[in-house]
Every structure is written in structure tokens, then in C-alpha cells.
Design a protein around this ligand. Sequence first.
Ligand SMILES: *Cc1c(COP(=O)(O)O)cnc(C)c1O
Length: 418
Amino acid sequence: MEVFEKHESQVRGYIRSFPVVFDKAIGAELFDEDGNRFIDFFAGAGTLNYGHNPEAAVEASIKYLQDRRIAHGLDKATVAKKTFIEVFVKYILEPRGYDYKMQFTGPTGTNCTEAAMKLARQVKGRANIVAFTNGYHGHTMGALAVTGNEAYRDASYGSRGAVSFMPFDGFLGDDIDTIHVFRRFLEDHGSGMETPAAVIVETVQGEGGINVASTDWLQRLAALCKEFDILLIIDDIQVGNGRTGKFFSFEEAGIEPDMVCLSKSIGGGNPMALLLMKPEADVWSPGEHTGTFRGNSMAFVAATELIQQYWADDKLTAEVARKSVIMLEALDGLRDEFPALNCKVRGRGLVLGIETPVAGFSDKVAARAFEKRLVCETCGADSQVNKLFVALNIEDELLHEGLALFREAFREVAQETL
Ligand SMILES: *Cc1c(COP(=O)(O)O)cnc(C)c1O
């Protein structure tokens, strides 16, 4: 740890929650430099849906490098990119009847949300973007402007203009329909809200506390956007790539967003971001949103393998549903075991968490879990939710072992608290 404390900036984050030096990783297991084994219930915050170093991707990547195929190509045409595009169309877009064009932005999620907002503003010739309470969209200036957590909103972050926040589904309690609130702001010309070019929304807020938008809410949001000529951007960076079961998190709602942001798991652990847009929204001029690492060849190679392996049929979707039941049973059990803690179990598919409205509780549980060699994190504006993200293809044995460790950690902290 000394070398990091001496030389790495104070900005370092997760290294503080998980103070060991990691070395090897395979599937849902991590090993530190001394060979200690950890179970991964974090999955790179949704980057490792297929686990660490998925075999098919590793083999294809080694071969690609060995043959000295092109590693860096800016956004030139390469065989790696062509093959990825063909596979993505064949296995993801065509079976769903989606007609999207693809933009490979710089390889981070925030670059993708940034591009989506920039493009939406151009399409509609309007500045305002509507974001939702507790949304999370990244850390560049534009993306920060639509991120809700007050920790990221003080004056030092600069201008956050041209963004209006609206309440997410359930934000105002069960009795208030937040789509109706949004409608009032749009239809009353005295509301003070400029008609937005777009809304940007997550179907499940992964960083914001595992808040799930209902199917009905998403359908009515999509209809409202159509009615008022507003583009709908779904940020599927964290909960896409099968995290909720289907490839896209909005499929069940039957909506077709104007733009979709994908990153995190799309490259199988490699940096990659992909913006999907309806053809009519593709008003870019050549090179208008650029970046040196647009289209990362190694990510294309890995993504091509993984999409063919996992998305040729519905098996992974069924796995997610089956494992979701196992995990929910464990979390519901903890909630019922300690009614005095007023816990709430949240999520859908394998985006799951347990909220405990006792200050500091969830952080203590995550720290205790780490002592037991289970890696998991917290989320929500007050770190009030223990977030459990497993690789979608985790072996049942590891899933049960990890859940047992989490239960132990939770019980110990609960007993100390109550
Ligand atoms: C992680 C995340 C981002 C930002 O992606 P980075 O790669 O960290 O820039 C944006 N939106 C959502 C929903 C995310 O989970």
C-alpha cells in the first residue's frame, strides 16, 4: 500500500474500501498479491457481467495480439470493428427489430452520455436537458450536470446550466405520480422550465440507490416525450448488457428510446462505449465528436466473442432470473430477521441491494464483508444501500458462498447496532 500512499493522488477511491493489492482474477474470484482469495460481489460496478477474464475473450485477444492485428486505429475501418458491428446487428439489434446507428465514442461511459446530450441538443436546437433525481451519468462537466448526488454538485464543479431535474419514479412517495408532475412543468408556460431537447434516464438507478422505474412509469415517460417532441435517452451503461435479464433494461417496457448509452460490460472488461441512435437523430457532421480511442480494437475482439457466446439464445436471461430469486430470498430473509432496521430490498434481475436507513450501517456491512473476503460496495446519496452485483454467469457454489458471507457480515453489524 505504501507505494500508492506515497505516489498516487488523494483522488484514489476504491483502493481505500478494499485495501489489498489485487493481482489475479477469474470469473467471480479475485486474488491478492499474497494469493488470498476474494469473492467478487461488485463486478466492476456492472463492468464484469461475464466475469473477470472470460475465457473466450482472453483466447481471442491473445490470438489477435500474437498475429499483430491492428491495436489502435482511431476510428478507421478495421476488421475488428467490422466484425463487431456485424455481430451486434445479427445478435442484438435484428432479433429485437431495432433500427439504430452506432457511434463509438471515447471508451468511457461519461464520454457516451456527453455525446448523447450534445447530439440531442443539435437535433432539437434546444439547450435544456431533463435529468432525474438520484441519476448518475458520469464525471465530465456535461455528464456531471445531470448527476444528482450533492457530493458532486458544489461550485467547484463549475457550470451545470441547461439542466432541469425532475422526480424519479417513487421519489415523492407512493401516492404522487411523478410523470404527472413532469407533465405539469411541460404544459404550463409559467413553470420556468424550458422545453428540453431530451430527457436522460436510467431504468434502474445503479449508483443512486438501486431505484427501479416501473414498466408503467417508463411507458408513460416515453409517451410524454413523444407528445412534447422530446428525445428519450436511456443510459443503460450500468444496467444494460443483461444485468436485468434481457440485453437492454428497457426491453420489458416495450419502449424504443431515441438514443441508448452502453459501456461498462459491452467490452467484456475492456474500455469501450457505444452510443445507439435512431437514424433520424444522426445529424453529426464527420468528426464532430471525436476522441483518440474511439473504437478500441481489443474491446471489439472481446465483445464479438461474448455476444456470440451469450446472446445467441435466451439462456443467460433465464440464468439472471433464476439467480435473482436466490439472491432476493437471502436479502428478504435479512430484512425480515431484523424488522427494527426498517430495511428495504430493491432491484430487479441482478441489480439488487438492501437499504438500511441507519447512518453508516451499510458502509460497516461492506467493510465487515471485506474482512471476510467478500468484495461488495454501497450506493445511494447517503451510502444507505448495500449493493450486490455478481457476474451474471457466476457459479452457483460461489453465489451461495458469497451470500453466506454477506449474511454473516450483515448479522454481525445488525447485532452490534441494535
Ligand atoms: C458508470 C456509469 C457512467 C459513467 O461511466 P464511466 O465509464 O465511469 O465514465 C454513466 N452512467 C451510468 C449509469 C453509469 O453507471
